[in-house]
Design a protein around this ligand. Structure first.
Ligand code: C2E
Ligand code: CA
Ligand code: CA
Length: 406
């Protein structure tokens, strides 16, 4: 709670004197003050401060005695704010903003130093960024993302999505990888969120779209049997909210001769809700053009079921926290069951994530899930490995005895 006390002053009253110890600041509600100090025995007026201004801030931030005398020029009302309250708020400021203020105060003090003390040019300025190492690391990482794009350190891998009934590959999910020159392989869970905060996500998404569409075109061109295969591409909420996103996507598809019906965009629930006007328009336009729209990591986010009905969805991807766990946990199994029935209500496909064993396959099938992906079928793999995989005679990822016939 803010420790404030109201004070009334008459014309001529002194709020505090130069050299007094400091323990608080004042916010002026009404009236006007004059600030002055003594220089070689003479009074020097510095400034007037009126309603809405703060008085006494400098000595609190510097921890020095008052540098001026403050006198009311008329009837005034001020609120007293304790030094602790001000310092507490200062500590909570953005570290860079705080360092700017501290540095400016120090620099102003240097400029005001008498000429015979101006020998301090060789002094190193005080270190005002208390968490400098962390901030430098953060900036370096952000900068590395931008450089990584031009240095071609990013690449895509692809994981098959299969039909659970017979293990047939029906499409792929494109997943991004970053091979950092010093840090090695950096997982997307570490760089996607950062890229979102520095507006680099649109460049990464464009890269993913371009690479993934080119790969799909190559897969489809291998055989007429592959024409129905699709590519699922992860996009962020901010991509969907970009006014030129659909045009950009159309352009990439045209360049590669790929049809919207063979592209599914994966977006997380939280990224979709609440949506802006632009994202709502984009989603509707994407659906009318024939793109698939999947909700990723379904079950972990907002789950406003009424809202889901209003979205133009084509698939729900059940997060591996539930799908991959359904074999071991009654709760996860119940959740998957509920999500599958919800998918039926919404008339969308259900894709289970994180299938790691043949037992998972059996459980998910029993629960009514029709599609799945996971390490059991295939790990995310390079484009060349995937192109080799689809040249095989059989595109089923299940052993004979585990296949069901239609
Ligand atoms: P996601 O979209 O849920 O992707 C599935 C994640 O599960 C991938 O992790 C995949 O490698 C992993 N996975 C697949 N099968 C299994 C399994 O059987 N067991 C286990 N334990 N994991 C499995 P990855 O590649 O590390 O990606 C993590 C997340 O990063 C993705 O989660 C997605 O949200 C994001 N991401 C990846 N690529 C992109 C991209 O190009 N753009 C955007 N915006 N996000 C991306
Ligand atoms: Ca995904
Ligand atoms: Ca997912």
């Amino acid at each position: 709670m803010v420790a404030v006390t109201e004070l009334m002053l008459n014309a001529g009253d002194v709020l505090y004197r130069e050299g007094d110890p400091n323990d608080c600041g004042f916010i002026v509600e009404s009236g006007e003050f004059i600030l002055y100090h003594q220089q070689e025995g003479q009074r020097v007026d510095c400034e007037r401060r009126g309603p809405g201004s703060i008085i006494g801030e400098l000595s609190i931030l510097t921890g020095q005695p008052r540098t001026v005398t403050v006198q009311a020029l008329e009837k005034c009302c001020v609120f007293r704010v304790s030094a602790d309250e001000i310092l507490d708020r200062f500590e909570k400021l953005d570290p860079i903003l705080r360092a700017c203020i501290e540095t400016s105060i120090n620099f102003a003090a240097t400029l005001n130093r008498p000429a015979h003390h101006q020998d301090a040019i060789a002094d190193l300025a005080p270190n005002t960024l208390r968490n400098a190492d962390d901030l430098i690391e953060k900036f370096k990482f952000e900068n590395d993302i931008l450089k990584g794009l031009t240095r071609k350190e990013f690449f895509m891998v692809y994981q098959p999505i299969v039909r659970l009934m017979d293990g047939q590959i029906v499409g792929f999910e494109a997943l991004m990888r970053w091979e950092h020159p010093q840090l090695g392989s950096v997982p997307p869970s570490q760089f996607i969120e950062v890229a979102e905060t520095i507006d680099a996500i649109s460049d990464l998404t464009e890269f993913a779209l371009t690479q993934a569409c080119a790969t799909l075109a190559q897969i489809q061109n291998q055989s007429a049997d592959h024409w129905d295969m699709f590519m699922s591409i992860n996009v962020s909420g901010s991509d969907i909210g970009r006014y030129d996103f659909v045009d950009q996507l159309d352009h990439v598809l045209n360049m590669n001769g790929v049809q919207p019906q063979n592209i599914k965009l994966e977006v997380t629930e939280t990224a979709l809700i609440p949506t802006s006007d632009v994202s709502e328009r984009n989603l509707a336009r994407l659906r009318s053009l024939g793109y698939g729209i999947s909700i990723d990591d379904f079950g972990t986010g907002y789950s406003n079921l009424a809202y889901l009905k209003t979205l133009p969805l084509t698939a729900l991807k059940i997060d591996r926290a539930f799908a991959g766990d359904a074999r071991n946990s009654d709760v996860s199994r119940s959740i998957v069951k509920f999500l599958v029935s919800l998918g039926g209500e919404l008339n969308v496909d259900i894709v289970a994530e994180g299938i790691e064993s043949i037992e998972d396959v059996a459980v998910l099938r029993d629960l009514g899930c029709r599609f799945a992906q996971g390490y059991y079928f295939h790990r995310p793999s390079s484009k060349s490995d995937i192109l080799k995989l689809v040249t095989q005679d059989s595109l089923t990822m299940l052993p004979n005895e585990s296949r069901l016939s239609g």
